[in-house]
Design a protein. Structure first.
Length: 86
């Protein structure tokens, strides 16, 4: 896709799934081990119980993303290129 524009050269890509796969579940466990920000916001903000619903929804989403990366359904990577000289 990048090469087809004619504006870039030395286009390359890297698969970063292996390096980032653990981060999906880690972000869930950060909330499990230190849930006070969600609890505090649930009691003190106008959001109330809605913030708890959003948190649970996020946990489910992160777990689904982890599984999708693990089985190859999703990929995560980096594309780099150099802009051609004018």
């Amino acid at each position: 896709l990048c090469s087809g524009t004619g504006q870039l050269e030395r286009v390359s890509g890297e698969d970063w799934v292996k390096e980032t796969i653990t981060a999906w579940r880690h972000s869930i466990w950060v909330g499990v081990w230190d849930p006070w920000i969600v609890i505090w916001k649930g009691f003190t903000s106008r959001m109330g119980p809605k913030i708890w619903w959003k948190t649970i929804r996020e946990i489910v989403t992160l777990e689904r993303m982890h599984r999708a990366f693990d089985c190859g359904l999703m990929t995560y990577g980096m594309i780099k290129a150099k802009k051609k000289a004018a």
